[in-house]
Design a protein around this ligand. Sequence first.
Ligand code: SAH
Length: 348
Amino acid sequence: MDIRSMTLEELKTTLAAEGEKPFRAAQLYDWMHRKLAEDYGQMTNLSGALREKLKEKYPLTVLRLIDMQESAIDGTRKFLFALPDGNMVESVWMKYKHGNSVCISSQVGCKMGCRFCASTLDGWERNLLPSEMLDQIYAITRITGERVSNVVVMGTGEPLDNYDNLLRFIRLLTDENGLHISQRNVTVSTCGLVPQMRRLADERLSITLALSLHAVTDEKRRELMPVAFRWQLDELMEACSYYFERTGRRMTFEYALVGGVNDGPEDAQGLTALAGPIGAHVNLIPVNPIKERNFRQSGHSRIEAFKNKLEKNGINVTIRREMGRDIDGACGQLRRRHIAEERYGLTE
Ligand code: SAH
């Protein structure tokens, strides 16, 4: 296992095998996860000999910044990073009144195939390691010089399809010896992998689970999301109830409004019936049109009407503020543009 994906306990065991005392592991962990060192050379309280040995046996692999775009409207920044194997991942940094939020990717590409999503167009390449998820946050902290207080796993990839690495990532991210981000400030978004949602409920974490719902009938959901062929809405809703029961944490339902597809009064009514019983918070997202598909946003008045209907029905609802509207549109598009440039020398 790569050294930056190890827990402190595992690191102690690893270093003990090298004949090192437990406090050395604590020092090393502190360098990696609190001081965010990129190189063993920086770890000046470890002996030169130990640093050499570690460098040889456990090379530290860090993300390399390839591109950054900053929104002139709201300061949102998109980062494109290269992984050691040459793959690329995208992360987003958003400034809110209550603190800085980072949206990270959990996989290189995605196999879920949601029709409106740019991240899945080129398919799935591989899972990210826990350290590669952490490093998106570490690199952004180093670059911005500001503390990250919220993390959303809503970038490219299906986090629950990379379950073990995701769990390890959450434990390291929220560990008191690392960045110590509160679990309450971590959100994981899933397209609805039912068995993993149940498994996650049993972990008893206090993170927020967001479900990408997007439609309130099986038929409509299948048109938008292939995953809906695998699990029906009733099974999915049972998993949501289970999650709420086990953790006491209200879920978020994400609902991308697509003009003329899922934005009518009957959809709002159906959404009420699903969200109401478990007190789920509904987050409406005007769909971000990607050029590869002809989905369009609902008109402003239709979005308002949809929201008002939910509110009247007693549902807790917000419309997602569009951040960084002026920089490379929907998630995954910065990465796709760079891949296209690399492969075909294209620039748009
Ligand atoms: N695989 C996870 C997390 C990544 S997608 C999931 O499905 O939840 C993060 C969120 O962005 C999901 O709610 C997804 O449905 C939504 N999304 C993807 N493409 C979008 C687009 N073009 N417009 C609006 N929302 C989109």
